[in-house]
Design a protein around this ligand. Structure first.
Ligand SMILES: [Zn+2]
Ligand SMILES: [Zn+2]
Ligand SMILES: [Zn+2]
Length: 480
């Protein structure tokens, strides 16, 4: 399905019809209905339609959606008139069976007082929600968190009240997030969930989606422009961070940036929203500490990404419809008519690349082997797998500690933060950027943080030289 060159064809409708039969065997009934809907909309041959209508009717029966089943059986009977290649006897039998089912269903419904059909099942888990109130200024965080500022520390999170271990403190969708290339055919490009029943992009063979909803959301924003430049990005070998720097642009229209560019440097006021580019723009980037080499390197990357924006049709507001020919990007030079765009978007991408160095997070998935019957499923041998890179503007305000107060995990694209210890009112709520005191010795932690995030860690385990678990002797283990 993904690799079909033209996706609006009868051929694809037949693929959907066949997949609906396979899904029926797997008892994935909601997916059966969805595939039948698509197969009809793509012009499934009329003389075969009786097959999918009957499958739909029987699927609806299993789901106890009897009102809908009635109309599906009626459709089956009508479609049988056009089934000219279907064996006469079998055709007659299916017609009689369908009529009988209609009679039974109608009688049953009348006796039961014509009850409404049950709602279709929701296949996706609902959006995770904070249990209490949300912070008014920082709505992704709970009201147990406030964001403070100090010249030497920048912005950081503190507890507005005592927080109990386990409490959920933040739920945030990424401002931008990009799936790694190796998962582009197994996970949804938009929400990162694994999708064995994929929805292909109708315009390219590069990515897949978990649902029409994700496909539509992606096509309305970044993917319209990225469709044909994705392979170039992957082949270039640039990191996922560089791709996010580009996605931060493609997900909004050019006019969005030309409108906000003059206010980007002014301090933000009002509600701190996840989708506001201004908030990302003002995260730590250490522009003043960078070397010329650092700028040169990032500027080259920015020039490449601006060139891709040009060939994608972004500057004109018209997504390109054909794959990119290598000759088109032989030179990084941008057409003279895009001189202003080059200055604006080159600058923004350069800034994005700097901000992302310190503020991007990994999105990971826990992969566990299927538990054997009778085995303890809590003690699994699962591992965390790095799926995507993303930037979460509110979470980015939390500082690091080698003994963090929170843990993070994912539910679809949402990142969730929970307290891993009791936190007193007024205490800093810190997260962890990588090294933890229990397993990594102080020198190594300090070196890693300095190298990647450019700061000297002053957390309590660093200041007081806490031992790692391995170094702990009985003296350390004396509890009072
Ligand atoms: Zn999705
Ligand atoms: Zn596409
Ligand atoms: Zn530390």
């Amino acid at each position: 399905m993904t690799f079909m060159p033209d996706k609006e064809t009868e051929e694809l409708s037949i693929l959907y019809a066949n997949r609906s039969a396979a899904l029926n065997h797997l008892q994935q009934y909601e997916d059966v209905l969805e595939d039948i809907r698509k197969c009809i909309s793509l012009g499934y041959p009329r003389h075969l339609r009786y097959k999918v209508f009957e499958r739909r009717a029987r699927t609806l029966l299993v789901l106890k959606r009897n009102q809908e089943a009635i109309s599906a059986f009626q459709d089956t009977i009508t479609a049988l008139d056009e089934a000219n290649k279907f064996d006469k006897e079998k055709r007659q039998k299916m017609r009689t069976d369908s009529k009988l089912m209609l009679e039974i269903l109608n009688k049953g419904l009348t006796l039961a007082g014509n009850p409404k059909d049950p709602e279709p099942l929701k296949r996706k888990p609902p959006k995770p929600k904070l249990p209490g109130k949300n912070n008014r200024e920082y709505p992704a965080a709970s009201d147990a968190i406030q964001i403070d500022y100090e010249e030497s520390r920048g912005r950081f999170a503190t507890a507005t009240r005592d927080i109990k271990v386990g409490e959920m403190l933040l739920v945030e969708k990424p401002h931008s997030g990009v799936l790694l290339a190796e998962y582009s055919k197994t996970h949804c490009q938009h929400c990162f969930v694994k999708c064995p029943i994929l929805v292909p992009c109708p315009k390219c063979p590069n990515v897949i989606f978990c649902s029409e909803k994700c496909l539509e959301a992606a096509q309305k924003s970044y993917h319209a422009y990225e469709c044909h430049i994705v392979p170039l990005l992957w082949k270039s070998g640039c990191s996922v961070t560089c791709f996010i720097a580009l996605r931060m642009i493609t997900q909004n229209k050019k006019e969005y940036f030309t409108k906000i560019v003059s206010e980007l440097d002014s301090k933000s006021s009002g509600v701190y929203k996840t989708d506001d580019y201004k908030n990302i723009y003002n995260l730590v980037s250490h522009e003043d500490k960078r070397t010329k080499q650092d700028f040169l390197h990032r500027t080259q990357m920015a020039a490449f990404l601006v060139k891709l924006l040009e060939v994608s049709g972004y500057f004109e507001g018209k997504p390109r419809s054909k794959p990119v020919d290598f000759d088109e990007i032989k030179s990084m030079a941008v057409d003279d008519k895009h001189k202003n765009d080059l200055a604006l978007f080159g600058g923004l991408i350069l800034k994005n690349l700097q901000v992302l160095q310190f503020n991007a997070h990994e999105v990971f998935e826990l992969q566990c082997p299927r538990p054997k019957p009778g085995k303890n499923i809590i003690k699994h041998t699962g591992k965390s797998v790095f799926l995507a890179g993303a930037v979460f503007p509110t979470l980015a305000l939390f500082n690091h500690s080698c003994e963090p107060s929170v843990v993070r995990y994912f539910c679809g694209p949402y990142i969730i933060i929970r307290a891993v210890k009791n936190i007193n009112k007024g205490e800093e709520v810190s997260e962890n950027y990588g090294p933890i005191f229990t397993t990594v010795p102080k020198e190594k932690r300090q070196a890693e943080l300095k190298e990647q995030y450019w700061f000297d860690c002053n957390c309590i385990p660093c200041k007081d030289n806490w031992p790692t678990y391995q170094e702990m002797t009985e003296n350390y283990m004396r509890f009072k």
